[in-house]
Write a protein that binds this ligand. Structure first.
Ligand code: PHE
Length: 458
């Protein structure tokens, strides 16, 4: 057994790996963002483009990232450092590892604040505080919360602590056990909610909203959004997949495991839509399901006015919290693994140091959603919007391009083939061609487009 394997451990089976990846990919992105992005960007047409992005670009890239991790069995930064030495490539390629680790920590900083809102809503819902809620009251509850920084910090801290708890217990005893419990629990919550929504909601309208083609709402910008979301939801470019790949058993097939996890992720996104939208459309109190307020304004109104709504509403926010939790651990793990490998400290101290850093950065997001209290604005954006924009629209796609170029052109074909040896040769050839040509070119076009748009708007 190599030193690295002893240092962090290996997932107990291929299924643990699949569950861990599913836990990472299915997160706030699926439940909070996906349903309203579909609504805003042309319904079925957006879903179609999003599927294409997942199948043609997302899955091949995930496979590439995971192979890099498994090949070197270390944190993204050290993995890239060793692979660069091995291939005698330029030192700059190590940036792939740094981008991943830093992006993971930055995303975790705002992720934990938004997950914190979910916790607040979970308890308020369960306590029946939303019973008989009107839209006006829901709006004012949400804006009062956004202005109540100490409450936001309390929940952000609780969420971060629960993340640290899992990650500090290590790969086998922490993450491995957690995903075996939390990911199936997510499926159970979703199942209960979809059934409830089928009985109580307007399934037909929701179906049309999600799947009918509305080209009038679709623009080039929607393609950028679809691609950005595909990257975000598949946890690509943030070191998470590389780190999880590093703990993958030797003989497990990367290709089929990734396809299963990506299918689960998509299934969870679509069922989350089918769990909430029918209820929204059936509610006489609401007329649309738009925007980020969907989860925290429209849904409490809906659940607050249905029989048994407080229980199902609580189940919904349990789902939100579980999804956020299993993603958050994968955002922290790459940085923790790196710090442990430097041998400056053990896992516990690494967690505490990085947790404190993320917590501090998260304060920028805490103060981002209430006009009077914003700390400062960058290019006209709040700190949260700025960080999210930079990461999802620029850093993730750029990381994606670099990963594709490194695996496709810099690494030796045999080395890559060896990692993907369980997959048939034809599939391998197809995959390699995608990674060499299709991925870098399409992603580059999309980044350039996003940039020109940004400067045109600015
Ligand atoms: N995939 C997660 C989501 O959809 C976010 C995430 C990105 C988690 C990268 C880990 C790493 O919400």
């Amino acid at each position: 057994m190599t030193i690295q394997r002893k240092l962090h451990g290996v997932w107990s089976s291929r299924w643990t790996f699949i569950l861990a990846v599913t836990g990472s990919t299915a997160g706030l992105g699926n439940i909070w963002r996906f349903p309203y992005l579909v609504g805003e960007n042309g319904g079925g047409l957006f879903i179609l483009v999003y599927f294409l992005c997942i199948a043609l670009i997302g899955i091949p890239l995930m496979m590439a990232e995971i192979s890099l991790g498994r090949k070197s069995r270390q944190s993204p930064i050290h993995a890239m450092r060793d692979l660069v030495l091995e291939t005698s490539a330029a030192r700059y390629w190590v940036l792939i590892g740094w981008f991943g680790v830093v992006a993971g920590l930055v995303v975790l900083s705002y992720y934990s604040v938004i997950a914190g809102w979910g916790l607040e809503y979970l308890f308020a819902m369960g306590a029946g505080e939303f019973n008989g809620l009107t839209t006006e009251t829901a709006n004012s509850i949400f804006s009062t919360l956004m202005a109540n920084q100490s409450q936001l910090i309390k929940w952000q801290s609780i969420f971060l602590l629960s993340t640290l708890l899992v990650v500090s217990a290590g790969v086998v005893k922490g993450l491995g056990i957690a995903v075996h419990i939390l990911v199936p629990a997510m499926f159970v919550c979703l199942f209960i909610l979809v059934l409830y929504s089928m009985r109580q909601g307007d399934f037909g309208t929701a179906f049309v909203y999600l799947f009918s083609f509305k080209p009038e709402n679709f623009s080039y910008e929607s393609i950028v959004v679809a691609m950005g979301h595909a990257f975000f939801t598949l946890s690509i470019g943030m070191g998470a997949m590389m780190a999880y790949g590093a703990y993958m058993p030797d003989k497990a097939s990367i290709g089929s495991s990734v396809v299963i996890a990506a299918l689960f992720d998509t299934l969870i996104g679509l069922s989350a839509g089918l769990a909430v939208l029918p209820l929204i459309f059936a509610s006489p109190l609401l007329n649309s399901a738009e925007g980020p307020g969907l989860l925290f304004i429209s849904l409490p109104v809906v659940f607050g006015n249905l029989t048994g709504g407080e229980y199902y509403g609580a189940v919904f926010f349990v789902l939100v919290s579980l999804a956020a939790w299993t993603s958050a651990i994968s955002l922290l793990e790459p940085a923790v693994a790196w710090l442990v490998e430097t041998r400056f400290c053990g896992r516990l101290v690494a967690n505490l140091v990085l947790g404190a850093l993320v917590w501090l950065l998260g304060l920028g997001t805490v103060y981002s959603f209430h006009e009077g209290t914003e700390l400062f604005r960058i290019w006209g954006m709040s700190i949260y919007h700025f960080l999210d924009y930079m990461i999802t629209k620029l850093l993730l796609p750029i990381s994606g391009i670099l990963i594709a170029l490194f695996v496709g052109w810099v690494m030796r074909r045999d080395t890559v083939r060896h990692e993907l040896k369980e997959d048939a040769l034809v599939l391998f050839e197809w995959w390699l061609a995608t990674i060499r040509y299709l991925t870098p070119v399409t992603v580059l076009l999309i980044v350039v487009f996003a940039l020109t748009n940004f400067f045109a708007d600015y």
